[in-house]
Design a protein around this ligand. Structure first.
Ligand code: GLA
Length: 381
């Protein structure tokens, strides 16, 4: 059923409009966002759509085509840790906008999404950003009309995730969902929030996303533990964040902190360098160098940051054996998806090799998506 039909059936009136926001894949720059670092994500063609209408009280009513229940939440009761579950991302954005001084009220909302959940492709950010986009237009906030407004809306979505959903993530996912440009990668500098749109010039090549179907879960404390280790390393170095350090600072840092903290910091410092190297290689059309950086990023996430799992390592390995230029885990890790740079005519070989190895291990079949750089959150109807 269409989202507009779900809403109309429930409320008896047509929706005031439909908004959508994309999931993302990160090409390079992982676990850098909460370290004031650099990342290079792109918006996927996969989107969450929401049909929405205003209410003149504080009730938020939500349902989705794939989720039988209708949820009712009081916006006035929202706050840290409330409501729980996926409603946190919906009500949380309205709460954060209100906290920022915007006059928002309750809403009638109906969702549908083709962003897979648990695949590390930011389904929750897509949900929050779609709701934020709807609220901005319906309550006359005007945030979609400029990049500054979109940055403000992204900040509200991040607050929803950090404070209401209670996940201490950085801001990459919401930023790319709201500020991406079709056909481009988004170079995001998390120190000041500046963005640059980098043409996704990959002649003859594709970016292939492989959902390894190994459920990814950020809320089990591992993500937060990585964040704390990075903060400890920055404190030991006497700098506000790891962004202040370059490769030349690593030997003295590694000598000063415990071994695990040192490896976490080394990942972040070298990952910022890899983002710069990928941007430079895209500029000169050196796709072999782009691929090499992706694979080096995976090794760093596996060895130093320790956020990979066997499904991810095996997907990367089989892609490389089948001829990909580079491959790595994308997103927070601990399961989820990989992103692979591969020549058009080797895409089939990579897919088949990955399917074959997964089947031999008795794992669920992987699911593939073409990462065509797509547009940001927008009103559809
Ligand atoms: C998750 C978080 C992001 C970012 C990545 C790792 O996707 O939501 O903020 O930290 O992990 O790069």
């Amino acid at each position: 059923m269409e989202v507009t039909e779900v809403l109309q059936e429930r409320t008896g009136a047509p929706a005031e409009g439909v908004w959508s926001a994309p999931g993302r894949v990160n090409l390079i720059g992982e676990h850098t966002d909460y370290n004031d670092g650099l990342c290079l994500p792109l918006a996927l063609p996969l989107r969450t759509r929401v049909a929405a209408s205003r209410r003149d009280d504080d009730l938020v009513v939500l349902s989705s085509a794939g989720f039988g229940r209708v949820l009712r939440c009081d916006l006035g009761q929202a706050g840290p840790g409330r409501p729980k579950g996926w409603a946190a991302y919906v009500v949380g954005v309205l709460w954060a906008l209100r906290q920022a001084g915007h006059e928002v009220r309750g809403m009638e909302l109906a969702f549908a999404s083709n962003v897979p959940t648990g695949a590390g492709l930011s389904s929750s950010a897509a949900l929050a950003c779609a709701v934020g986009a709807a609220a901005s237009d319906l309550f006359g906030l005007g945030l979609l009309g400029s990049d500054e407004g979109r940055a403000e809306l992204a900040a509200a979505c991040v607050r929803a995730e950090n404070v209401v959903a209670g996940a201490a993530t950085g801001g990459m996912d919401q930023t790319v969902s709201l500020r991406a440009r079709a056909g481009h990668l988004l170079l995001l500098d998390c120190q000041d929030g500046a963005v640059e749109h980098i043409p996704a010039a990959l002649p003859g090549h594709s970016l292939l996303v492989t959902d390894t179907r190994s459920p990814h879960q950020l809320l089990d404390g591992q993500y937060e533990a990585r964040r704390r280790a990075c903060e400890a390393a920055a404190a030991a170095a006497g700098v506000p964040s790891l962004r202040s350090l370059g490769p030349a600072d690593l030997p003295s840092l590694l000598a000063a902190v415990d071994e695990v903290v040192g490896r976490r910091a080394r990942h972040v410092v070298t990952e910022n360098e890899r983002v710069r190297a990928v941007v430079a290689a895209l500029d000169t059309g050196d796709l072999a160098a782009v691929g090499a950086c992706l694979t080096a990023g995976h090794v760093s996430l596996r060895e130093d940051f320790e956020v990979t799992v066997p499904h991810l390592d095996v997907a990367v390995e089989s892609a490389l054996v089948a001829g990909a230029l580079g491959s790595r885990v994308t997103g927070g890790g601990f399961g989820g998806s990989t992103v692979t740079l591969v020549a058009h005519d080797s895409v089939g070989a990579v897919r088949e090799a990955t399917e074959r190895v997964f089947a031999a291990k008795g794992w669920d079949a992987p699911v593939f998506y073409a990462a065509l750089p797509s547009g940001p959150a927008a009103r559809e109807v």
